[in-house]
Design a binder for this molecule. Structure first.
Ligand code: NVA
Length: 385
């Protein structure tokens, strides 16, 4: 055992040196954590966003008071006026990033209304709004994640021109096994109606996705250098986590986290790491492994309650998008201009707030972290945990 651990720790050191080599540092894709100075980022698009067909996995991830909306509008466009306002917000966000000297790249405009048929299912698409869900950047590698929603089966296509370009410039490009998404990937008897039932099942590690084949969304991972954290969620199964563990090998340490959350999907409104040893931990969703972070000397911040009014439609998420922020560097954050309590929290931490309104764009299910995928941050692979 001792020999093995010495061998594996020297492998870690060797791998870290190899990752940080000058050739790799010069790669256009280079991002190891959520806070190093941001140089290039993909920002998602509102154009073409469609309400997903109301399938089992969508039902299990949405709130009951919106089910009527999904039943009526599944396969149709989101309300036009709402999309117009969301579009204005996102384009303003892009202008602000560019004014900060950050290179902003965009996905293709795609027709997500087109129905597609595979041997296993039929569906129409969703959107290219949330690059964080589909693209996982680890150092100089871009992973096109094998997502679990049928409506997201072809979402990677919107990002292909960019990924092809990054590959030509030296990035590594990984596509894990594409799930078939046949009926066996979804728990057919999953209780939909009561939060209590879901709480109970989530505590036992049971979700709408089964262990039939690997699936995972990039947004269930959060990066802190050598240590990558992931949650088993409605869209990321253990099979997917195991696939990643073997894929990463000695390059990273992959830690599975769990939370008091009846409906986990995407870790970045639950446990958002915003600096070296600094994490926003959602007070409604305590982390079961928090002691490990405390022992490692991390500062755990409980963000204040979101300011979003109940009347504002959030079709695909909770209000906790308030903590789904994007760090421009360790001392600057993009935060919603309406989230005054969260802004005050950052100011107290000595972090300058770049304020942008994202209310209408939030309705599509994401905050600034979800709407982006950082391609390049200045820095190297380091250990913080
Ligand atoms: N599904 C989570 C995370 C969204 C980024 C939520 O609704 O809070």
């Amino acid at each position: 055992v001792a020999e093995q651990s010495i061998e594996s720790s020297s492998n870690y050191a060797h791998e870290t040196r190899a990752v940080n080599s000058m050739a790799r540092r010069q790669c256009p894709v280079w991002s190891h954590n959520e806070w190093d100075p941001l140089e290039e980022v993909i920002v998602g698009r509102v154009e073409g966003a469609m309400v997903p067909p109301f399938s089992t996995e969508v039902k299990a991830n949405t709130y009951q008071y919106h089910w009527d909306f999904f039943e009526k509008n599944g396969g149709k466009a989101f309300p036009a006026k709402h999309l117009e306002l969301a579009h204005e917000e996102v384009e303003e966000f892009v202008r602000i990033l560019e004014a900060e000297g950050i290179t902003v790249r965009r996905p293709e405009i795609c027709d997500f209304s087109k129905e597609y048929v595979t041997p296993d299912f039929r569906s129409s698409g969703l959107y290219s709004a949330m690059p964080r869900d589909v693209l996982l950047v680890l150092g100089d590698e871009i992973i096109e994640c094998p997502m679990a929603w049928r409506s997201r089966f072809f979402e990677f296509r919107a990002f292909r021109p960019l990924v092809r370009e990054y590959f030509k410039q030296g990035a590594r490009w990984t596509t894990p096994p594409k799930p078939l998404m046949n009926d066996e990937l979804y728990e057919q008897n999953y209780p939909m109606d009561t939060v209590e039932d879901r709480h109970h099942l989530a505590a036992e590690g049971k979700f709408i996705t089964t262990e039939y084949e690997p699936c995972f969304d990039a947004a269930d991972f959060i990066r802190a250098g050598k240590d990558i954290f992931v949650q088993r969620s409605q869209v990321t199964n253990k099979f997917g986590i195991e696939w990643m563990r073997r894929h990463l090998g000695d390059r990273y340490r992959l830690h599975v986290l769990s939370f008091d959350d009846p409906n986990p999907m995407h870790i970045d409104a639950t446990f958002n790491i915003i600096g070296p040893g600094l994490v926003l931990s959602n007070p409604d969703r305590p982390c079961h492994q928090i002691e490990h972070f405390k022992k490692a000397g991390w500062t755990i911040i409980k963000p204040p309650a979101p300011a979003m009014p109940d009347s504002h439609p959030l079709w695909m998420s909770s209000k906790w998008l308030s903590m789904n922020v994007l760090m421009l560097d360790p001392k600057r954050v993009v935060v919603d201009s309406n989230e005054v309590p969260t802004i005050k929290m950052f100011e107290k931490l000595g972090i300058e707030c770049v304020k942008v309104s994202l209310r209408f764009a939030n309705s599509l299910g994401g905050g600034f972290h979800c709407w982006t995928s950082d391609i390049r941050r200045r820095g190297i692979l380091e250990t913080y945990f």
